[in-house]
Design a protein around this ligand. Structure first.
Ligand code: COA
Length: 311
């Protein structure tokens, strides 16, 4: 079999990535992600290997470049995947090298799976990052309860009712790189709901979160979910759940949390029939080549995106 590389291939190739990564890895890439990443980042490459002369997928990798004023670009790598029948032939590794040739001496980040994290560190220098893993923490909707959250200190608003400058200023306390466009494009996703929580004592924003419907799985994902404290997080999640259309028709709700933030588990347990209903499994590690960009883990209940974001 002969192969060829296609960069930014037609949508039909991306559809195969969505299909195969869901089937063999249980990933939740959405059909809309191709357009989102292509337009929200400053530059985006979808590298694919196909069977020569066809658009039949063999392997994939996505590379995004994110520029901010007065700083060097940050590259991120996602969707690193090879069809099972073509594994072990170095096809994927060569694709990775192509992406790293573009990255050059710039900083790059990725979220390494349990089986690949050490290899990325030793072979391609992704050896900087936090000491902890990120977990996937979930609750089945059949085990969900909606308790009365009596708290007069915190109130939520829909993101579109909030001054974008204030929201962006809050986001800079979570992610030191300005990502106004990247986040605003997410807030505009179909099948998603974004709310911002305020502390009435100070009149300040103390968190925000998006709940996204993963259409292919009929499940919900908190991506992102940030709050300055657990009480604000409870009000935020309660309001999001109460307002999410057809909440009970979904299968589950999941968070991608830094393992060190145990408040994520406490938050989910507040909405669970029993504490044991909350499941949490090791999922990925945030890794950088040149410089680890830190974030306030105690406020991060779920990161924005496990393909092209580190917080
Ligand atoms: C990860 C994956 C794309 C690698 O493809 P592959 O065909 O298995 O590996 P290759 O033949 O290209 O690479 C040869 C060797 O280099 C390793 N390798 C591949 N890409 C690498 C990289 N970017 N960094 C370090 N090592 C790498 C492979 O693991 C393999 O190691 P082994 O000989 O110990 O098994 C493939 O296994 C896969 O699709 N896995 C499931 C999805 C997944 O986990 N993706 C990674 C998410 S972070």
């Amino acid at each position: 079999m002969e192969f060829e590389t296609l960069i930014n291939p037609p949508e039909s190739v991306f559809e195969q990535i969505v299909y195969w990564t869901a089937k063999t890895e249980d990933w939740v890439v959405q059909l809309t992600d191709y357009k989102y990443w292509s337009t929200s980042f400053d530059k985006f490459w979808l590298f694919t290997v196909v069977e020569k002369g066809t658009t039949n997928l063999v392997a994939s990798l996505s590379l995004a470049r994110w520029d901010v004023p007065n700083d060097t670009p940050l590259y991120s790598i996602g969707l690193f995947y090879c069809l099972e029948k073509y594994r072990g032939q170095s096809i994927a590794k060569q694709l990775f090298q192509k992406a790293m040739d573009i990255v050059g001496d710039n900083n790059a980040t990725l979220t390494g799976s349990v089986s690949m994290a050490d290899k990325y560190a030793s072979v391609f220098g992704f050896d900087k990052g936090p000491h902890f893993w990120h977990n996937l923490s979930s609750l089945k909707i059949e085990q969900l309860v909606l308790p009365e959250i009596n708290n007069d200190q915190f109130v939520t608003k829909d993101w579109s009712e909030v001054d974008p400058e204030l929201l962006n200023t809050y986001d800079l306390t979570i992610c030191s790189r300005n990502r106004r466009k990247i986040q605003t494009d997410r807030f505009n996703f179909e099948n998603s709901l974004t709310k911002v929580v305020f502390d009435l004592k100070t009149n300040q924003i103390v968190g925000y979160a998006t709940i996204q419907k993963l259409v292919s799985k009929n499940a919900l994902l908190a991506a992102p979910f940030y709050a300055d404290n657990l009480e604000a997080a409870k009000v935020l999640l309660s309001d999001l759940l109460h307002q999410f259309p057809l909440l009970l028709s979904h299968k589950s709700i999941s968070f991608m949390n830094p393992a060190v933030n145990q408040d994520t588990i406490r938050l989910l347990q507040t909405f669970a029939k029993t504490p044991e209903d909350v499941q949490s499994v090791r999922s990925f590690k945030s890794q950088f080549t040149k410089k680890f960009i830190q974030s306030p883990d105690e406020k991060v209940y779920s990161v924005t995106d496990s393909a092209h974001q580190f917080v």
